[in-house]
Design a protein around this ligand. Structure first.
Ligand code: NAD
Length: 320
């Protein structure tokens, strides 16, 4: 098949794709470059950070399959793919463990001032008395979006001695029971927001979650609480968060792995604040996970070419 890989992918997977297909690699193209490089392709593999919209798909008359090397689908126009009869599959689930572990990296970095401490020490300061912070044990963790990643974060927090509250879009008894066995109590968004000492976001970005965390929600957070966004940039109104973090009446610190505007040269509106930790969308960047994701991308493209995609796909992988 004629394959375009339009995002950074594991080198082993690129070798395999190159040995079996006509491979073109153009990592993170802008729209014009994307349109030019996809024009004669039958398959495209993308991660987050590139936008596969109607214009880009229109530039590729032979396009038959889109493979999302990860779980979020907010950068793909699914409606247009459906209309065009282009299949869309994703590699979901693999990133749950790395993203959940990274959530704890950010929770601890925030709670214990790890980044500020590092900065101060490098400038010759020893501000030990100023760097006290809360323990996690005994505190309440709120999980907004207790799905694959959020459920795992909840389970890990429970093992750390935290009380865990979560909410989902469609709270059914089955999910409630399954989460309860992992130490997560399912409740509503308002309760999660009001009671969480640490509030973690793990929802997909869609119309119902865009700016879910706005000025109003921030005002309802518990005084002294901390926010971690591992979901998508558009879930948080960053300007409203910047104001709330300056006022410090409710949320007093935030860590964000995902941002409304991402990429080289982009400066977050939160970058000037001390009580903020920022990382460049590295939640899933555990090396083992990247290898597994890469090899799954190869399997899915091979299966599509061999006309056995339906047999190959696992739970939640087939989108369109
Ligand atoms: P999932 O579908 O298993 O879980 C999402 C959960 O969010 C579901 O339980 C759903 O019911 C819930 N939800 C949806 N809308 C909601 C709302 N309005 N209020 C409350 N809950 C709501 O997905 P997942 O695999 O856990 O991934 C979640 C998201 O994490 C992805 O869509 C992606 O945006 C993000 N992600 C980030 C990284 C990263 O590197 N930071 C990596 C992978 C995924």
């Amino acid at each position: 098949m004629r394959v375009l890989v339009a995002s950074p992918l594991d080198p082993g997977a690129l070798d395999l794709l190159g040995s079996r297909h006509d491979l073109r690699v153009v990592p993170s193209p802008g729209e014009a470059e994307f349109c030019a490089s996809i024009a004669d392709r039958q398959a495209v593999a993308v991660r987050s950070g590139v936008v596969l919209n109607e214009q880009v798909m229109a530039a590729a008359p032979d396009l038959r399959i889109i493979v999302r090397a990860g779980s979020g689908l907010d950068n793909i126009d699914l409606g247009h793919a459906r209309q065009r009869g282009v299949r869309v599959v994703r590699v979901n689930g693999v990133s749950s463990v790395p993203v959940a572990e990274m959530t704890f990296a950010l929770l601890l970095a925030l709670a214990r001032n790890v980044v500020v401490a590092d900065r101060e020490l490098r400038s010759g300061h020893w501000p030990k008395p100023l760097l006290g912070g809360p323990m996690l044990r005994g505190k309440t963790l709120g999980v907004v979006g207790a799905g694959r990643i959020g459920g795992l974060v909840g389970e890990m927090a429970h093992a750390w001695g935290m009380r865990v509250l979560g909410c989902v879009a469609d709270p059914r008894d089955e999910a409630r029971r399954a989460l309860a066995t992992r130490g997560v109590t399912l409740t509503d968004l308002d309760t999660v927001v009001a009671e969480a000492d640490f509030l973690c976001l793990h929802v997909p970005l869609c119309s119902s979650t865009r700016y879910l965390v706005d000025a109003d929600l921030l005002a309802r957070m518990k005084p002294g609480s901390l926010l971690v966004n591992m979901a998508r940039g558009g879930v948080v109104d960053e300007q409203a968060l910047a104001r709330a973090l300056q006022e410090r009446t409710t949320v007093v610190g935030a860590a964000l792995d995902v941002h409304e505007n991402e990429g080289e040269g982009v400066l977050s509106p939160l970058a000037g604040l001390d009580n903020v930790v920022l990382t460049p969308h590295i939640g899933a960047m555990a090396l083992e996970a990247q290898q597994i994701i890469g090899s799954r991308v190869v399997d899915l493209i091979d299966a599509f070419e061999a006309e056995r995609l339906e047999q190959e796909v696992q739970d939640g992988e087939l989108v369109v």
